[in-house]
Design a protein around this ligand. Structure first.
Ligand code: NAD
Length: 233
C-alpha cells in the first residue's frame, strides 16, 4: 500500500515533494498551506484524511504550532523547516509525551549527511594545529529567511562535538535562486583546505524527505537523517 502523506507547507519544497512522491510510492492525501492551516487549524483529526506521515516544509513559527498538533493527532512527521532550533528541547518533550516518531533534519540531502561525517573527521584532524583557523560559509536564494542556515549551524555543532575548539567564523550570502552551497574551510599560515557541498537541485532534499517518511512510519522517538541513512557517529 502507498504511504499516505500530508504535505504541510505547499511552497517550493512542498511542491518538490509532491513531484517526486509517485517515485517513492507515496500518495499525497492533503496539502496544507497558510490558506487552510493558519494557526495549525488544518491539522484536525476530524477533518484530515487518514495519513501515515506528515512532511513539514513551512515556516519556523508555523512548525512550532504544527508539530504539537501533529503529536496530539498521533501523526508521525518529517520536519525539514529550519530556524526553530532554540526550541528543540521543548519540541522533543512534546514528541516524547505523545509517543509519535519524528525525523528532524536541517538538510535531507544524502550528500550533505555524508559531508557532515567528512567535516567531523576534518575538524578532528585540524584541531591538532594551533595556528589554523576554520570558517563556514553558506549561500542560498534571496527568499530564504533564516541565516545562518540550519545546515551551517549543524556543521558548526558537529565540528564542536568532534572536539574542534578554535573559533569558527560563520557567514551567509543571500542571492538569486541558489538551492544551497556550504563550504567548510581550514586556513593555516601557508595553505587553505576547503570542503564544499553544492545542492544543484531541490529534488535532493525532497528525495531525502520522502525516504525519511518511509523510514519513520510506525516508529517512535526523535531521529535525524543520520539514523535514516544508518551513518555511524
Ligand atoms: P517556501 O516559502 O517556498 O514555502 C513555505 C510555505 O509554507 C509557504 O507556501 C507558506 O505559505 C507556507 N506556510 C506558512 N504558514 C503555514 C502554516 N501555518 N501551515 C502550512 N504552511 C504554511 O519555502 P521553502 O523553500 O519550501 O522552504 C521551507 C522551509 O524548509 C524553510 O524553513 C527552509 O529553510 C527549509 N528547507 C529545508 C530543507 C531541508 O533539507 N531540511 C531544504 C530546503 C528548505
Amino acid at each position: 500500500m502507498s504511504l499516505r502523506i500530508v504535505i504541510v507547507g505547499y511552497g517550493r519544497m512542498g511542491k518538490e515533494v509532491e513531484t517526486l512522491s509517485n517515485a517513492y510510492d507515496c500518495e499525497i492525501v492533503e496539502r496544507l498551506d497558510i490558506h487552510n492551516n493558519a494557526g495549525g487549524e488544518g491539522i484536525d483529526p476530524s477533518r484530515l484524511p487518514a495519513a501515515d506521515v506528515a512532511i513539514d516544509f513551512s515556516t519556523a513559527d508555523a512548525t512550532l504550532i504544527n508539530l504539537p498538533r501533529l503529536a496530539s493527532a498521533g501523526i508521525n512527521a518529517v520536519i525539514g523547516t529550519t530556524g526553530w532550533n532554540t526550541k528543540t528541547d521543548q519540541m522533543k518533550q512534546v514528541v516524547a509525551d505523545a509517543g509519535i516518531g519524528v525525523v528532524v533534519a536541517a538538510n535531507f540531502s544524502l550528500g550533505v549527511n555524508a559531508f557532515l561525517a567528512i567535516v567531523e573527521q576534518a575538524a578532528t584532524l585540524f584541531n591538532q594545529f594551533d595556528d589554523y583557523g576554520a570558517w563556514i560559509h553558506e549561500t542560498h536564494h534571496a527568499a530564504k529567511t533564516d541565516a545562518p542556515s540550519g545546515t551551517a549551524l549543524t556543521l558548526q555543532q558537529a565540528m564542536r562535538q568532534s572536539g574542534y575548539e578554535t573559533n569558527i567564523d560563520i557567514s551567509s550570502t543571500r542571492v538569486g535562486s541558489v538551492p544551497g552551497i556550504h563550504t567548510v574551510g581550514f586556513d593555516g599560515p601557508f595553505e587553505t583546505v576547503t570542503l564544499t557541498h553544492n545542492a544543484r537541485d531541490r529534488a535532493t532534499f525532497a528525495r531525502g524527505a520522502l525516504e525519511a517518511a518511509r523510514w519513520i512510519k510506525g516508529k517512535q522517538g526523535w531521529f535525524t537523517m543520520r539514523d535514516v541513512l544508518g551513518l555511524e557517529r
